[in-house]
Design a binder for this molecule. Structure first.
Ligand code: PTJ
Length: 260
């Protein structure tokens, strides 16, 4: 694929597309990953391709809930792993929580490819300098993040078939779950099991966006970088989050963009 010039106005979006195309060729992603990505891009365009004030608040709220959780977990699917895997490993290292690979289109081959991909990313992240304002031994913190998912020893009660499979030490045990690009049914069941579900989805009208405890309507890699800042800042101030009104606020941004 041709080099993308530094000056290209849509450089970031073109790089993400390239990442998705290359990961597809390697077998990491679902067949429909590009369709899902395209839908996300369309919503991001409507939102001005930037993190809104209300999205920042929802990320801050999610950071607080993850920090305050007894057993937090970060669930990643194919698209999330390739677009934001490194950033989410950094978040998991600061929180000292596991990452669980949990994919909608589950095959043993994809689970193994994603596991190897994330273990390699972990090694790369462990060699980075400490993130801004974080104190401690970064290499040790990163390498102690467990990548779960392949054990398949847990179940999500209330779901049938492969989508119920999870890790006993991860999603099954968790009280707070960050799940980017989640499907509506699973989100609903996880909430009904009493778990706090923090969803990342650029579509403010998706079923998961409406079902979640906190919905972050933002692009997953942008939000992951900001989430890292907030978990390091240790803002553990959980509020009575009104998700419905946050979603309405987001829809207003889309319609107000018409007037700009
Ligand atoms: O890896 P798997 O097997 O778990 O499959 C992953 C996909 C994403 C293919 C699967 O979960 C799927 O089909 O998802 P949907 O139902 O198409 O939903 C994807 C949602 O994520 C849509 O509402 C998109 O707007 C949103 N989305 C797509 N890309 C991004 C995004 N949200 C945030 N950041 C993105 N980069």
């Amino acid at each position: 694929m041709a080099e993308i010039p530094e000056s290209h106005p849509r450089r970031k979006s073109l790089i993400s597309r390239k990442t998705i195309v290359e990961a597809t060729k390697k077998g990491l992603l679902a067949d429909s990953a590009m369709i899902a990505h395209g839908r996300g891009e369309a919503f991001d365009y409507l939102l001005g391709e930037k993190t809104s004030q209300i999205a920042k608040l929802s990320i801050k709220e999610s950071a607080a809930r993850l920090i305050s959780a007894k057993s937090p977990v970060i669930s990643v699917n194919g698209n999330t792993a390739v677009l934001a895997g490194k950033a989410l490993i950094r978040v998991a290292a600061v929180l000292q929580c596991p990452i669980e690979i949990n994919i909608y289109y589950r095959t043993k081959e994809r689970m193994k490819l994603l596991y190897d991909f994330l273990e390699l990313q972990k090694l790369n992240v462990s060699k980075e300098r400490n993130p801004d304002k974080w104190k401690g031994d970064w290499g040790v913190a990163v390498m102690s993040v467990r990548i779960l998912g392949r054990e398949e020893d847990g179940r999500i009660n209330g779901l049938e078939g492969p989508r119920a499979i999870c890790s006993a030490e991860g999603i099954e045990k968790a009280d707070v779950i960050l799940v980017p690009l989640e499907d509506g049914d699973r989100c609903e069941v996880l909430v009904s099991l009493g778990k706090e579900v923090l969803v990342v989805d650029l579509n403010p009208l998706s079923r998961s966006a409406k079902m979640a405890t906190v919905t972050i309507v933002d692009e997953v890699s942008r939000m992951a970088d900001l989430l890292l800042e907030y978990v390091i800042a240790d803002s553990s101030n959980v509020t009575k989050w009104n998700n419905n009104s946050a979603l309405k606020e987001t829809l207003k941004i889309i319609s107000n963009n018409l007037d700009e």
